[in-house]
Design a protein around this ligand. Sequence first.
Ligand code: 4AD
Ligand code: MG
Length: 443
Amino acid sequence: MIILVDDEKKALMLEQVYIAEMGKYVGENVTLKGWVYNRRSSGNIRFLMLRDGTGIAQGVISKADVSEQTFELADRIPQESSAVVKGKIREDKRAPGGYEILVSELEPIQIAENYPITKKEHGTGFLMSHRHLWLRSKKQLAIMRIRNVIISACRKFFDSLGFLLVDAPILTPSAVEGTTTLFETDYFGETAYLSQSGQLYMEAAAMAFGKVYCFGPTFRAEKSKTRRHITEFWQIEPEIAFAELDDIMELAEKFVAYITEQVLVNRAEELKILERDTGPLENVIPPFPRISYDEAVDILNKEGSSFKWGDDFGSPEETLLSEKFNKPLLVHHYPAKCKPFYMKRDPQNPQLALAIDMLAPEGYGEIIGGSQREDDLETIKKRIEEHNLPQDAYEWYLDLRKYGSVPHSGFGLGLERTITWICKLPHIREAIPFPRLLEKCYP
Ligand code: 4AD
Ligand code: MG
């Protein structure tokens, strides 16, 4: 039987100790491996800050303890050079992490000359084109560690509720979220598109397995430059047979509360690095406020917006609405004409769709979009026609309404939107390791 061990050194059978684990080796001689983060000197002592992805260690190099060559190297080894450091670990409250290493050996692996990202302020354009290096900085690492916890939380949440993870394809024959943002590609002489959402496939999976979710990259050729749009983003999309609009509102609420709690519990240090005020996050506890689209329009108009009933909210409206509430806000019953073909209409008022959006607080706007799905064959056929979609690409989808159709509902949470809000980032581009943006597909 394979047993997962707590100790990373033992687990990987490595010779090195990871910086985050230094506390377990006080008084021992160990090997650290990493990159030079910073260095400074004071008399006959050189301080070398080494980072290895798990933390930053302070190396103390005393002239009396090392060879002349090593001491001289410690004086000039450039930032981001890779190196092996050997020495004894001791406790020191002043050192970052509470421990430091008294260096006896310093062995460079590669000397990095003129690392382009320095202490001075760099413009975002410069940092974005050096994204492959920018990821090494403290804040970016903190964001990626939070991203990781959010991903785990998404999986844990749905797994613990008995959902089956079903992977949706990325190459698809048809649109889900309108035809204007499709990325087209040649598929052996036929046209295929990069998936905008796994939803249609989750509807098939829900009819097979009951409660399902997918988690993967989705693509939209968004032609507008905003702080909220990237062209490649990750979505987590649950779909549930026999669920109606109220059921998914409740699920969405619990889901977002769980994610937020997991970040607060497991990534306090990283939130501190990002200088994130945790008060608003601690407040993310169900029930969340729920308002109808009509009520939302009233609020907007009272705030002086000239927004007209029937349009979909854009970023300015979402920002305004989400600033009015100190918890995520659920908006339901949107006008059907501004929503996709698959949404079920409200039987009480067919002008409205049984749709929900969740808007994150603090002005962050939409993080979730979802709905109850149209489950009647003739109606969905009509919608496909009204939306000028090619019926043949949806034949398989129509089968779901022919063979045991049931009411069903689901939603999609945008991973990067959620990270942007939880980390309180100024722009979505920092929420994903290598963002794809309108103007750039590099690095
Ligand atoms: O509201 P959307 O378009 O809904 C769907 O795709 C549904 N088919 C999901 C479903 O019901 N299974 O997108 C869902 C979420 C949005 O709320 C937003 O968080 C995110 O995906 N999103 C984007 N994130 C970053 N960049 C973009 N261009 C995004 N477009 C949507
Ligand atoms: Mg939406």
